[in-house]
Write a protein of this length. Structure first.
Length: 447
């Protein structure tokens, strides 16, 4: 079929201007974007800090230092990067910034922040346009302790940590550099008999990794909110922020709002729902009329989806993912899990990046009346719960695939590209494994 191939095309080094696909209804009047590519690597014209309220960059700078700060301090410095009067928690910086009544930025020293240190478990959110920036390095926030104390419990090792929802080994990483999840078992006896498992016994967590855990070898995600923003409705900018855990997602925006949300060099992983039967996504953005743009960010090991975008009655959401990734999303028992998904009438551009190994779903899924252009991306489907699908377009939605690689294998039905009532247009799509499937009047044609 024209537009589909069994391998990658030759690479070219000269940077070329690339037009948006004909028929793709991106609102250039609101979000004037131009795209270039070198070989099969695509870039947008957007400069991330230009996409949010510029008053953020001239407003107050509230400083945070988890090691040396004190929430009784003002947080203010003589210049950006002066942490001499830093606060200790990010949520205390939100309270101080809100008191200025104007846009502001929160500058956070690299290091670790845990439990409720981000939003005080969802109680302290910003009410102004805001930026949260890891100052010259990575800020790591986890909804659990970084250094739990472990005691030999004769077959397991235990720690006094309550309300744990997921547990991971940090000393054993996946091939994508993520933590390796431990299996949750019913009781302490089963844990003692099951390598790489964990269980909760009242207010005590037990793990079995075959030896005593070293300092920081186990990541415990407790029943806390992660970076949750359910009332904030202004521009929001994140940079060098890495969140782990969260019962409503590692990053969650829910308010009805006309605003832009931007993330740069961030990761959002290991969301851990308080109710396993109601899993939520690693990144979940709803009801936002504006541009939602992420650059060099990762959404992996979400309880359900990785990247999930819904209008839910508020029209006008436009999404850009550039050089982003999403891997191994969906906990055991979760269904319809996707690495990246758009719903309602969202308009989305995905440039480069890789997505894969979701449980019981599709890697890149365009649903309802969305329109999504994917250029230079790779999707790898290995679904152990059902059919493996790399790229899928459902309902009366539209998807353009350009210079993409589709790899679907390991299941009874393996679909590299599937049009389930939707319309897929292809150009130079390399199929490593899997077939092209159409159903319910869907179509796959070149453009």
């Amino acid at each position: 079929m024209i537009g589909l191939s069994t391998g990658l095309q030759p690479q070219f080094n000269a940077r070329q201007t690339v037009d948006l696909p004909v028929g793709f209804d991106w609102d250039q009047g609101r979000f004037d974007i131009s795209i270039t590519k070198s070989g099969k690597t695509y870039s947008s014209s957007f400069q991330p800090r230009d996409l949010v309220d510029q008053a953020i960059w001239t407003g107050a700078a509230i400083h945070v230092d988890s090691a040396a700060g004190d929430d009784a301090n003002s947080g203010l410095g003589s210049v950006d990067g002066d942490f001499s009067s830093a606060k200790r928690t990010i949520h205390a910086a939100f309270v101080a910034g809100n008191a200025t009544g104007a846009p502001y930025r929160v500058l956070v020293t690299p290091g670790t922040y845990e439990e409720s240190a981000f939003t005080r478990n969802g109680n302290d959110e910003p009410d102004q346009a805001v930026a949260v920036i890891g100052w010259q390095g990575a800020v790591r926030y986890r909804t659990g302790p970084f250094l739990p104390n472990w005691t030999d419990a004769a077959g397991t090792y235990s720690s006094s940590v309550s309300s744990v929802r997921r547990a991971f080994r940090t000393d054993v990483l996946t091939d994508k550099g993520h933590y390796t999840e431990l299996s949750n078992v019913a009781d302490v006896a089963t844990c003692a008999a099951t390598p790489d498992s964990w269980t909760q016994d009242g207010g005590t967590i037990h793990v079995n990794i075959g030896s005593a855990p070293g300092a920081g070898d186990i990541a415990l995600m407790r029943s806390f909110h992660g970076a949750r923003f359910l009332s904030h409705d202004r521009d929001f900018y994140l940079e060098n922020i890495h969140t782990e855990g969260g019962i409503t997602g590692a990053l969650h925006f829910d308010a009805v709002a006309t605003r832009n949300i931007v993330g740069v060099n961030c990761s959002f992983r290991y969301s851990a729902p308080s109710n396993p039967s109601s899993p939520l996504d690693a990144v979940r953005v709803r009801r936002t009329n504006g541009l939602v743009a992420f650059f060099g960010c990762d959404a992996s090991h979400g309880a359900k989806d990785g990247w999930s975008f819904h209008e839910d009655g508020t029209v006008g959401m436009h999404v850009l993912l550039q050089d982003c990734t999403g891997w191994r999303n969906g906990i055991d028992g979760a269904t319809s899990c996707n690495a990246f998904t758009t719903h309602d009438a969202v308009r989305a551009i995905v440039l480069n990046g890789s997505f894969g190994l979701s449980r019981n779903g599709t890697e890149v899924h365009c649903i309802q009346t969305t329109e999504t252009w994917v250029a230079g991306a790779r999707a790898v489907a290995r679904d152990i719960d059902g059919s493996s699908v790399a790229f899928k377009c459902s309902n009366p939605s539209y998807m353009w695939l350009q210079d993409c690689v589709a790899d679907a294998d390991g299941a009874t039905d393996n679909y590299a590209v599937e049009a389930n009532a939707g319309t897929v247009f292809t150009r130079d799509v390399g199929i490593v494994a899997g077939s092209v499937e159409t159903s319910l009047g869907g179509s796959v044609t070149p453009f």
